[in-house]
Design a protein around this ligand. Sequence first.
Ligand code: TZP
Ligand code: MG
Length: 207
Amino acid sequence: MQLYLVTDENACLGRDLFWVVEEAVKGGVTMVQLREKSLGTRAFIDRAKKMKDILLPYNVPLIINDRVDIALASDADGVHVGQSDMPYEMLKDLLPPEKIIGLSAETKEDVLEAENWDLTYLAVSPLFSTPSKTDTLRPWGMDGLKWVKANSKHPLVVIGGLNETNTAEAISNGAEGIAIISAICSAISPFEAARYLKFLINKIEKI
Ligand code: TZP
Ligand code: MG
């Protein structure tokens, strides 16, 4: 989950979503979340299966946003849920034990509640305010990230406003993964954007 691409077709500047994702993966993206807020169930399943086929040769896991049924139907590697999606206990009952479960935490209460759960990662969301998602609570900021790091046992992913200017600082402050929509999907070259972000992450991790 080091460099975690979250998809949004609307951010791809009219280019094919699968092309954007494959370029980004070639550039160094290590995990992909298929996030579809307006597709019908059947179209979502088709897209998930196609995405899985594309990612398989690169050994990059596919995570489905919100929809446990789609994750199961497409044999994706896991799900990402927010605070208003299916509750953790139900997810745990429905998903095979090896599947990835990621949860967004928007408040300190969310972080503390998640201490009781067996998550693959906790997403600090949003780290910064972002035009890509406007219905969020107050951004955590770097100080918020430090608080979560000190109060959570889970590996942390940061999402919201991440780009080449703040990725290194987020990693230095304890993020294990950087989740990104626009800095990759809207880049002129998703390949180069991913490559540079990956370089920044690796550089900090080596220090
Ligand atoms: N959840 C919290 S912020 C966000 C999501 C899906 C959007 C992140 O997009 P960007 O363009 O990387 O800021
Ligand atoms: Mg959700």
